[in-house]
Every structure is written in structure tokens, then in C-alpha cells.
Design a protein around this ligand. Structure first.
Ligand code: ADP
Ligand code: MG
Length: 687
């Protein structure tokens, strides 16, 4: 076995107890430890005397404990612990919040180092929630003045981590191979891996730390980008695809539509047609804000496919959405003699078998469905076009599974979650991008208000008026039913409250993901036909649902949703000719949560909202990296390190041009590392 994959328990100083603590932090083997970088560094060169301390600066104090920890209660009921310390120039207090363990740690007379932010409070010098370290028994005597600070769990100390780190790097550091090819290191002035690892843990200077960090960020992004591109190369080897032909029926079809396409729709359609008519495989992403009219574009592309004698498939992330697409395409395409079927998890077995057979025989032109479409038993006779709607819900792999059901079919990906450019570079690096940046005419901007929950009654008075004038209403909650662990409103709870109280004169429906799909269908159908006036739901209605008569969207606990998600939900109204409203009921008290709600009130542009969301929440949460099955980023930040990402992409491109499967000798360690990081996802694609 690779020594680096050895369990951490064989390291001296790791007993069963420490092992548990380390495992809790996701550190199982030697390599995990080496790649668990400090979260920050303490610059000891800034050791200050108490007398010189200013307000609000980060300092290290070298002090002696001279009294017992004092316990106090703050105005807000927070427990505060004050530790009196001194040096030769004065007295200061270390302040800890809700940390009763400090009472048992410090003893009078101990020498300690404190590192943290200072505060001058009524003449008293305080150092707030500092990192601390006992001086006399600190074995990690580094010559450097820059000390690593690790993320800890209870039971582990900074000293433990440092001692282990030294130990491990000494014993195993040299086993880590240089995986980045020499020429790339040189061109980008990357330090070697050994230097980087030693200096990220135990920097010899601030400059060395910077150099180490740069190299490790580069490495992490490089591996991420290469891995993704290797997967994509498999999807699209730049092999020749299908050459579709122009068909005059398309123009006729467009003219027969009940509306005129917008300029943006026409432009995007032209881009798609150009791709389809070329002999290369199309890989195009269509980004368009909610309600910009992506569906009709998909339908036209499918029609073109059928006219050319191929089959088409459209995959949506939810059954509701798949059904809706099914209905709208049937309406437009059945009269033209095109055979369309729906394939989802809830189709009865017999019917499903029939569909599968006819699909294989080429007796069905278009199939629309959910994940059910990527199952192994689904075969096409002559698949020409693959469309996935709301792609951000699908992983890279799912897309590839679907296109592998044909012989290099064209691929169209549609999304209403505008992806900021930096991320698009990573995730859709090989896709051409089309943007529908215009809404159909006559749409009124949805008026958005963020309110306090105390004003709920007023909101429902307003809702009554809207219902009386014939409109319909959505109420969305974050949970299906009450939960002990999460303090948020549930759809069930609200449903009951509205039925018995505020809106007892109206017809109310409940919709959530735990319901059987025929139940969901029935409720959706009743809402579409107006039988249900108020639909209380979870985010199952988030994507794509289209009921133009609905004019009010109320979102409970709006602080719990991502902005992009709120924008999607808001997009469920304002789809018809009526002035529409979105009411965000906000329980969040933090400044960030208020700022987020303000963005929603002010902006109706999905791109702006997505950028802001990314900025406020960070890319991990924004994007749900888990969904994408991307390796976790430990040091790089897609948002902060755009410049490095650009360098990385340039190098990755050169490298793959030269060695498209990374099979050259010099790239062996790199390839190993990628496979290691991506795990089974990449192996399944059998590189
Ligand atoms: P999305 O881009 O969010 O998927 P849809 O495709 O569901 O949007 O379109 C939203 C609504 O707008 C649908 O009712 C659709 O029929 C309508 N629509 C699409 N294009 C136009 C257009 N050019 N003019 C008027 N209405 C349109
Ligand atoms: Mg849509």
C-alpha cells in the first residue's frame, strides 16, 4: 500500500483518542494530514508590549496569568470569561465567550502567548477570544516567527497539530511526488511540492508562505480543471457529429406560433442551428433568465432533429417540469404528426415497457422525462439531439450518460441559473454559450417586498384582494413538515393555518416532494385549471412551473434560501399579463440576511443576483459542489483566485493538446493524482 494512505494511527503520538479527534476533522491518513492546511497564521514578529497596544489590531502578547478567570454575564445573556494577564509594562484581559473550559485551563503564574484582536474598553485593554499557547512546554520551537493556526476539534490543541505536522512531514513529506510537469512549474514559477508543503505548515517567512500558497492553489485548480476536461474530452472528442440540414418547415412553424420570438430568441436559435448544421458535435449552453422563453427554443431544435430523421430527448430535473414540457411540446408538435412520449419514474410498468420498445424501434420521435431517461434499459434507434433543462441540477456525468445513448448526438444544455463567468470557465469550459438576454414584451417587473413576519395578516388581506380579482397565489415554505432540529416554517403548518384561519373561504392545495407523483399531478392540474386558488408548496415548484394566472408568490423564511433560488421561485409569477408580486417573509436578523433581501427587492436580473449570491455565500454553497461531484477545494477559492485559474486553464489546454489522455511518462504522477482526487467518477469513464 502507498505509505501516504496509511492510517494516521501509526504516527507516534496518535493514540485512540487523538485518532478519533482527527477522524472527526476528516483526517484519516497521512496524506489527509499533510493536505489539511492551517486556517491562518500568527505573525509573532508582531509581539507587543501591553503598553503599546492600540485599539483593534491583531497582536501577539507574551504575558503571565496573574489571577483567576472571572465569570460575567453580558447584557445579551452571553457568558463572558475574563482572564487577567500582565507583562512588564501593564495589565490586560483575555476575553472568551461561552467557553467555560477556559476556567480549568489557566493557572496563576503560567506564561502564555495570546494572539488575537485587541480592544480598548473603558481604559481596559482586552484581547478578544485569542488563540493561546503555553510557553514553557511548547516543544515546537520554530526559528520562524510565523506560527500555523489549525482548525481544531475539542480535545486537540494547536500544539498537538504542530507536533504531529512536524513529525509527519519529516517522516513522509519526501514521499510526495512532484506531480506538476517541470516545464509548467518553470513557466509559472511554481516552487516544488516539498517546499510548498513545508512552508504552508511551517513558513520560514511571509514570503515563503506566499510562494507555497500560490503553488498549492495552482495545483488544486490545475487538477480540478484537468479532471473536468478529461471527463469532457470523453464526452466530446471533437469527433465529427451529425450534420443536420436546413428545413423550410421550421420557418413555417415559427410563423405559426401564437407569439413572435424575441430578438434574443432568434439570435440564440440561429446559433443553435448553425451548430446543428455543422459536422461537429454541438455542445451549447443556453443561459436565459426565468421566463425568457427557453422552452420554445428547445422545441424548435427538437423539431429540426425530427425533420432530419433523428430522435430527440429532453431531460428535466423534476416530474412536474418534465410533464409540463411534455404538455407544451405535445400541443405544438402533435398536430404535425410527431410522436412524443413521457418517461418518468411514475409511469406504469407496462406502459413504460411499451415506450422503451417503441423508442428502440424508432417508433417514437421525442421522449421527455426525468432521470429515468439515463437508466441502462433506455435505448434509442437514432438519437440526434440531447437537451437537458435546468442543467445545474444534473451532474456532468448524468449528461454524458444520456449522450452516450446515441452516436455523437448534439447536446443542448439550458439553464436559468446564470453562472458567473469564473465558474462557467470551470464547469462549462468546453461549452459554447448562448444568452437569451431579453424577456418577451409586455412582462411587468415583479414587485418584490421583504417584510417582517408580524405583518403576515396584512399580506393575507392583500392576497384576498388578488384572489377576488381572479388571480392565484403561491406560498412557499422551506420544510415539508415541522422539524425538531430546524427552526423554520413548514408547508403543512402553513397549509393548516391558511385553511383554518386567514384564507378559510378559498380553495387551498398542498404540494411537496414527499407526495406520490399522481397526487402531485392532480394538485398541479387543479392549480393550472384554477380549481385551486392558493398553492402551498415546498421548492418542488422551484423550476420551470408555468401558470400565467398566478400573480403572488409568498416565500416564508426567505432567509433560508439562496438568492438564485429565490429568483427562480419569484419567476413563477409575472408570467402572464398581470402585475405580480413577490413577498419575502424574512426571519433573518443578521446584516447579511438583510442585505440579501435588499438585493432581491432591487434587482430582477438573474445574472446580477447570482454574482451577488456568490459573493455573499461563497462558491461552495452557491453551487453545491457535492451535486457536481467535484473534489473539495482545500485552499483554492474559485471566486478569489480567478487570475490563477486563468493561468491554469492556459496550461491545462496546452498540456491536453500535447497529451490528451495524459499517458506520457512525464504526466504519470499528475494523472494518478487526478484519478485519486476525482475518485470513481473519473474511473468510470475509463480514461
Ligand atoms: P423559461 O425560459 O423560464 O423556461 P418558458 O420557456 O417557460 O421560460 O417561457 C415562459 C412563458 O413565456 C411561456 O408561457 C411561453 O409560452 C412564453 N413565451 C416564450 N417566448 C415568448 C415570446 N417570444 N413572446 C411571448 N411569450 C413567450
Ligand atoms: Mg424553463
Amino acid at each position: 500500500m502507498n505509505d501516504l494512505k496509511q492510517s494516521i494511527q501509526y504516527i507516534k503520538g496518535v493514540g485512540p483518542k487523538r485518532l478519533k479527534h482527527l477522524e472527526k476533522m476528516g483526517i484519516y491518513n497521512i496524506e489527509d494530514f499533510i493536505y489539511s492546511f492551517p486556517r491562518e497564521y500568527e505573525d509573532r514578529s508582531n509581539i507587543k508590549k501591553i503598553i503599546d497596544v492600540k485599539d483593534n489590531e491583531k497582536v501577539t502578547l507574551n504575558v503571565t496569568v496573574f489571577g483567576k478567570v472571572q465569570e460575567k454575564l453580558s447584557k445579551k445573556g452571553l457568558k463572558i470569561y475574563k482572564l487577567p494577564v500582565r507583562d512588564s509594562t501593564g495589565i490586560a484581559y483575555a476575553i472568551f465567550y461561552n467557553a467555560h473550559f477556559v476556567k480549568s485551563i489557566f493557572k496563576v503564574g503560567q506564561m502564555i502567548n495570546l494572539y488575537g484582536k485587541t480592544k480598548r474598553n473603558f481604559g481596559e485593554i482586552q484581547i478578544l477570544h485569542p488563540n493561546y499557547e503555553f510557553v514553557e512546554n511548547d516543544l515546537t520551537n520554530t526559528p520562524s516567527s510565523i506560527i500555523p493556526i489549525y482548525t481544531l476539534t475539542n480535545g486537540l490543541t494547536q500544539k498537538d497539530m504542530r507536533n504531529l505536522g512536524k513529525n509527519i512531514l519529516n517522516l513522509y513529506g519526501n514521499l510526495i511526488q512532484e506531480y506538476i510537469p517541470n516545464d509548467i512549474c518553470k513557466r509559472n514559477r511554481l516552487c516544488d511540492i516539498q517546499y510548498a508543503l513545508w512552508n504552508i505548515h511551517f513558513p520560514t517567512s511571509l514570503k515563503a508562505l506566499k510562494i507555497a500558497k500560490f503553488r498549492l492553489v495552482f495545483e488544486e485548480l490545475f487538477i480540478l480543471q484537468l479532471g473536468l476536461w478529461l471527463i469532457k474530452n470523453k464526452l466530446n472528442n471533437n469527433i465529427d457529429g451529425i450534420t443536420f440540414h436546413k428545413k423550410k418547415e421550421i420557418d413555417k412553424f415559427i410563423k405559426s406560433l401564437p407569439f413572435q420570438l424575441t430578438k434574443a430568441q432568434i439570435r440564440v436559435l440561429r446559433e443553435i442551428e448553425r451548430d446543428m448544421e455543422s459536422n461537429k458535435v454541438m455542445n451549447r449552453l443556453v443561459q436565459g433568465d426565468v421566463g425568457s422563453g427557453k422552452t420554445i427554443i428547445a422545441i424548435i431544435a427538437l423539431y429540426k432533429t425530427i425533420l432530419n430523421g433523428y430522435q430527440g430527448v429532453l431531460m428535466a430535473p423534476t416530474e412536474i417540469l418534465a410533464e409540463q414540457h411534455f404538455e407544451s411540446s405535445k400541443e405544438l408538435l402533435l398536430p404535425l404528426g410527431i410522436k412524443i412520449e413521457l418517461l418518468s419514474g411514475s409511469i406504469p410498468k407496462k406502459k413504460k415497457e411499451d415506450i422503451l420498445k417503441r423508442l428502440k424501434d424508432g417508433d417514437i420521435d421525442i421522449v421527455i422525462g426525468t432521470h429515468a431517461l439515463i437508466q441502462e434499459n433506455v435505448h434509442f434507434k437514432k438519437l440526434g439531439l440531447v437537451i437537458t433543462d435546468e442543467q445545474h441540477r444534473f451532474g456532468v456525468r448524468q449528461r454524458s450518460l444520456l449522450s452516450n445513448k446515441g452516436l455523437n448526438p448534439d447536446v443542448l444544455v439550458m439553464t436559468a441559473t446564470p453562472i458567473p463567468r469564473t465558474l462557467a470557465l470551470i464547469l462549462y469550459g468546453d461549452l459554447d454559450i448562448s444568452i437569451i438576454d431579453e424577456l418577451p414584451p409586455g412582462r411587468k417587473k415583479v414587485k418584490t417586498y421583504c417584510i417582517d413576519e408580524k405583518k403576515r395578516k396584512k399580506v393575507y388581506d392583500f392576497v384576498k384582494k388578488e384572489i377576488e380579482s381572479g388571480r392565484q397565489v403561491y406560498v412557499v415554505a422551506p420544510l415539508v413538515e415541522e422539524s425538531e432540529n430546524i427552526d423554520a416554517r413548514s408547508a403543512l403548518d402553513i397549509y393548516i393555518e391558511l385553511k383554518e384561519n386567514y384564507l378559510n373561504n378559498y380553495k387551498i392545495g398542498l404540494l411537496h416532494g414527499k407526495m406520490k407523483s399522481y397526487e402531485k399531478d392532480q394538485i398541479m392540474e387543479e392549480f393550472k385549471t384554477g380549481k385551486i386558488q392558493v398553492l402551498v408548496a415546498t421548492t418542488v415548484i422551484e423550476v420551470g412551473v408555468n401558470v400565467p394566472n398566478a400573480s403572488v408568490m409568498i416565500i416564508e423564511n426567505s432567509e433560508r434560501f439562496g438568492l438564485a433560488q429565490l429568483h427562480q421561485l419569484r419567476g413563477r409569477v409575472g408570467r402572464g399579463k398581470y402585475q405580480s408580486y413577490c413577498i419575502l417573509i424574512n426571519y433573518g436578523k443578521s446584516a447579511i440576511s438583510k442585505e440579501r433581501m435588499k438585493i432581491m427587492e432591487e434587482s430582477s436580473n438573474g445574472f446580477v443576483i447570482a454574482e451577488k449570491d456568490l459573493e455573499l455565500r461563497g462558491p461552495g454553497e452557491f453551487f453545491g459542489t457535492k451535486q457536481h461531484g467535484l473534489p473539495e477545494l482545500k485552499i483554492a477559492n474559485l471566486f478569489k483566485h480567478v487570475r490563477i485559474l486563468q493561468k491554469v486553464q492556459k496550461e491545462a489546454e496546452i498540456l491536453l493538446k500535447e497529451d490528451k489522455n495524459l499517458s506520457l511518462e512525464k504526466n504519470i504522477f499528475l494523472k494518478k493524482r487526478i484519478i485519486d482526487k476525482f475518485g470513481s467518477k473519473i474511473e468510470q469513464l475509463s480514461l
